[in-house]
Design a protein around this ligand. Structure first.
Ligand SMILES: NC(=O)c1ccc[n+]([C@@H]2O[C@H](COP(=O)([O-])OP(=O)(O)OC[C@H]3O[C@@H](n4cnc5c(N)ncnc54)[C@H](O)[C@@H]3O)[C@@H](O)[C@H]2O)c1
Length: 447
């Protein structure tokens, strides 16, 4: 057993934490369930949230020869049934249906939880899983708000488990090569990065309060979020655009590009953030902006800007999603896929590294299965060998925070000034209010 694994076991075994969120599992001694994994043993994972992205991940995890999906948790029984059938066909063994993921966490055979539930569940679920002695594959954004991001960093430090965020491009070979080229000086010093996401999303309409359908446990779907009545246009997916559960396009798709920009410019926390935009295209229940620009300044004389257009799919540089780095001697394009291109200052292409796999950035579920498997294998290597993670949680929090700060700046209508040591907002009580969130009583996450 390697030292990080031993340390993880020591820490989790030392813990006598009882899971309390939601007030269930009385007496469950979480830390006692950390399992020792042999080098050739399969990693046994439980899935939480399997409608769209979770189904794609379940399929991908089940396809990995060194993995077994042992349980499937979803509060939508239809989504769970479909996922169980798909996984059974893929891996030839049937995962257990466990509608409440907190019960699934009690299984001492589970090594890791894969979280692909809505954003308001990400950090609270990852925290519960960590306390239960599990590793976590945590979909982006890692948190609903900055305070939760900081809690995740603290929890990973406390339990020393492996938490990999689902910003999978960190594991794509030609993206890594592009960032390496950037760092090797291919365009001189990069000092400005521009990222974008564009789509033609339809209106979500105005929802009606209706009875909760029989296939849904709406109370557990809401979990830590303050209770709101069930409406017929909320589930699935449209919650992305409502602040109680979602985080808008900036965290939905912006997180991926802001992460690449932060990586390429070699920065952590900004000094100043501003944002403009709004819900411009339709008048409906959608609360988050459908059009947004976020500008971030950093202490090392670099700037980044992210543009989101949820309802006008006109591409930028021929791609619906991407990042361009601008430097002293040229520019470097990451077009959202497994590829990169370098231009000189006269716009001449000086290097063109193409992707050899089909990627559809507008495929909500599974844009890039083969490439994402690399991210999953890196997660397994982190668990078994202590290999450094491509998307560890400190960096995951830093990237997610950039989008969160953009949303906060937009919501308060002011430029935010920040402490570059930790991204904390200075001298703005209204903005500081949005650093955390209100929780449904009894569901508050704790470190
Ligand atoms: N990395 C990527 O490229 C990528 C791509 C798509 C989505 N995502 C992320 O994945 C997450 C899910 O996205 P989606 O499009 O599949 O959303 P979705 O709304 O279609 O599916 C979410 C699923 O989670 C389930 N769920 C809710 N509460 C639950 C609970 N307490 N326990 C178990 N299941 C619960 C829902 O019933 C639903 O089936 C989002 O946070 C999104 O940002 C990441």
């Amino acid at each position: 057993m390697n030292s990080s694994r031993r340390q993880f076991l020591r820490n989790t075994l030392a813990g006598t934490t009882v899971l309390t969120v939601g007030g269930v599992l009385p007496g469950f001694s979480a830390g006692s369930y950390a399992r020792i994994l042999g080098a050739n043993e399969r990693v046994r994972v439980g899935m939480m949230g399997v409608n769209s992205r979770g189904l794609a991940l379940a399929t991908n995890f089940a396809l990995q020869p060194n993995c077994e999906v042992i349980s499937v948790s979803d509060v939508d029984s239809r989504a769970a049934d479909k996922c169980i059938a798909t996984v059974e066909t893929t891996q030839k063994s049937k995962p257990k249906a466990q509608p409440d993921f907190r019960r699934a966490l009690e299984d001492k055979n589970m090594d890791a939880l894969v979280v692909a539930a809505p954003d308001h569940w990400h950090a609270p679920a990852a925290i519960l899983a960590s306390k239960a002695g599990k590793h976590v594959y945590l979909e982006k954004p890692c948190s609903h708000n900055p305070n939760e991001g900081e809690m995740l960093v603290a929890i990973a430090k406390k339990y020393r488990n492996v938490i990999q965020m689902g910003n999978q491009r960190r594991s794509w070979p030609n993206v890594v090569a592009g960032i390496d080229a950037l760092k090797a000086g291919a365009i001189g010093r990069p000092y400005f990065a521009k990222g974008w996401y564009t789509n033609n999303r339809a209106s979500i309409g105005v929802g009606k309060e209706v009875a909760v359908p029989a296939w849904l446990n709406y109370d557990l779907w809401q979990g830590p979020a303050p209770r709101k009545p069930f409406k017929d246009n909320l589930i699935h997916y449209n919650w992305h655009w409502l602040w109680n559960w979602g985080t808008g396009e900036a965290l939905n798709n912006g997180t991926h590009m802001l992460d690449l920009m932060r990586w390429g410019l070699g920065v952590e926390y900004p000094t100043r953030v501003s944002s403009s935009g709004g819900r411009f295209r339709y008048k409906d229940d959608w609360e988050t902006p459908d059009t947004q620009v976020i500008n971030l300044d950093f202490a090392n004389n670099t700037t980044m800007s992210w543009e989101g257009r949820s309802c006008n799919g006109r591409t930028v540089e021929g791609s619906s999603v991407g990042v361009m780095f601008y430097g002293e001697k040229g520019s470097l394009l990451l077009d959202g896929g497994n590829s990169y291109k370098i231009f000189d200052l006269d716009n001449k292409v000086v290097k063109d590294v193409k992707n050899d796999l089909v990627i559809d950035p507008r495929d909500k579920m599974n844009p890039s299965q083969a490439l994402d498997a690399l991210h999953i294998q890196n997660f397994f290597d982190g668990i078994k060998k202590g290999t450094p993670l491509a998307a560890e949680i400190v960096g995951g929090h830093q990237s997610t925070l950039l989008a969160q700060l953009g949303n906060i700046a937009l919501r308060v209508g002011e430029t935010l000034h920040l402490d570059p040591a930790n991204g904390h907002i200075k001298n703005n009580p209204q903005a500081q209010q949005l650093w955390g969130r209100e929780y449904q009583s009894g569901w508050e996450p704790t470190v």
